[in-house]
Ligand binder design. Structure first.
Ligand SMILES: Cc1cc2nc3c(=O)[nH]c(=O)nc-3n(C[C@H](O)[C@H](O)[C@H](O)COP(=O)(O)O)c2cc1C
Ligand SMILES: O=C(O)C(=O)c1ccccc1
Length: 413
């Protein structure tokens, strides 16, 4: 499969398929739905949102130090371009990840409650991701059911992210996993850093929790889950539909129980999920090694975009150490702070197999629904493609894109 910004041939006769390239579309004055400037998406989207939604997506934990460090870390690495590298076409962006060859090295990170940004929410985002050949990771906190997101994603690659109920509610976990497998979600991402929401001053100032809105956004998976509905009825003596407020509170408590699981508990998921399991939220070398020991297929080096803990280390800062410790034994994926093509190039050069895009595609969703998400994904991939091409880097595989293309800016002075 080819990335759709450059569909069709990348032959040696016609190395740059200008006709269909994102780059050329930018130059040919066809108006994009909104700007190609990646650092302007946030402020443009913010203008369109309610104060609550804006605080929710832009906000971070505490003083924002972790989120700021995530961004600052990218500027500490620089790409050294090489010249007269005889190229035979645009760089090949395909990657091998989780046992699969995929056309490009990014995925849509799991993001909950997407209907607060656009009425079509996850349906629009999943459809755009499929169209752009980008895997879509569906959040447990989605505002649409598993089955409906699967429909919107069609034959696109889709993965399921779990917010994990406590062990005493394991039948609810099994039910979610079975539904996701049946609906064609082929890998399981287990988020480890959010068994309770972080200290988020913007949301607290707004008195805002997306789950506690009157329109029940973010609880669709629970409200449509037969096992959860049974549980509720047994416990409360009435149905979910008879007491929506109590059902929402019960589901929130089920998926954000406030207490963590253990490495030992992962076995349970391995017994009930057929396919790759990826643990999201790893920030230490020690934890990465334990992930290898327990036999999961991948990890996401992530600090949840700085939304969970303040004063944390930058996600990119930890990436090389984690890759050095486990990169040859497990797939290391990365997120937190990626905003442009060069950021993706740097994370891949430091050893990530794939990058998850968080806030940027949500800004696209807020600015233009499905078309807006497509625009953001295409822009990031077009930007990545040219960034590699102009640095003389032939592909996004480790053979060509590795630490030899980077230098630490601080070391130069
Ligand atoms: C509004 C919002 C909601 C999120 N919801 C989830 C979620 O439901 N599950 C999850 O694992 N991560 C969630 N995340 C974290 C992302 O998956 C990802 O780790 C993070 O956004 C990456 O950082 P970035 O936004 O700087 O790219 C959320 C992030 C945002 C901004
Ligand atoms: O806000 C988040 O980061 C997150 O993971 C989440 C939690 C609950 C509902 C929606 C998203």
């Amino acid at each position: 499969m080819q990335y759709t910004s450059h569909p069709g041939k990348r032959s040696t006769q016609n190395p740059v398929d200008y006709e269909s390239s994102v780059y050329q579309k930018g130059l040919s004055y066809q108006r994009p739905p909104f700007t190609f400037k990646p650092l302007e998406w946030e402020s443009l989207a913010a203008e369109r949102m309610s104060a609550d939604s804006k605080g929710y997506v832009l906000g971070s934990a505490g003083t924002g130090e972790t989120a700021n460090k995530n961004r600052a870390a990218f500027a500490r690495w620089s790409i050294i371009p090489r010249r007269l590298v005889k190229t035979e076409g645009l760089p090949d962006l395909s990657v091998n990840v989780l046992g699969q060859k995929l056309p490009c090295p990014i995925a849509c990170a799991p993001v909950g409650v997407q209907r607060i940004f656009n009425p079509d929410g996850e349906m629009a985002a999943a459809a755009a991701a499929a169209k752009e050949n980008v895997p879509y990771i569906m959040s447990t906190a989605s505002s649409t059911s598993i089955e409906d997101v699967a429909k919107a994603s069609g034959d696109g690659v889709r993965w399921f992210q779990l917010y994990w109920p406590p062990n005493e509610k394991s039948d609810i976990t099994i039910s979610m996993l079975e539904r996701a497998q049946k609906a064609g979600f082929s890998a399981l991402f287990v988020t480890l850093d959010t068994y309770i929401l972080g200290w988020r001053p913007s949301d607290m100032d707004n008195g805002y929790n997306p789950f506690l809105r009157s329109d029940q956004i973010g609880v669709a998976i629970g409200l449509t889950d037969p096992v959860f509905r049974d549980h509720f009825e047994r416990k409360h003596g009435k149905s979910v539909d008879e007491d929506m407020g109590a059902a929402v509170a019960e589901w929130t408590h089920t998926v954000f129980p406030g207490l963590s699981h253990s490495f030992e508990d992962i076995k349970f998921l391995q017994q009930h999920w057929k396919g790759p399991i990826v643990l999201k939220g790893i920030q230490s070398v020690e934890d990465a090694k334990k992930c290898v020991e327990i036999g999961v297929q991948g990890i996401v080096v992530s600090n949840h975009g700085g939304r969970q803990s303040d004063g944390g280390v930058s996600s990119l800062g930890m990436l090389p150490r984690i890759v050095d410790a486990v990169g040859d034994k497990i797939d290391v994926l990365f997120d937190s702070g990626i905003r442009c093509g060069a950021d993706i190039a740097k994370a891949l050069a430091l050893g990530a197999k794939m990058c998850l895009i968080g806030r940027p595609y949500i800004y696209g969703l807020a600015l233009g629904g499905e078309e807006g998400v497509s625009h953001v994904l295409k822009s990031l991939l077009g930007d990545l493609e040219l960034t590699l091409h102009l640095a003389g880097i032939r592909s996004s595989s480790p053979e060509h894109l590795n630490r030899s293309v980077l230098v630490k800016e601080d070391d130069l002075f």
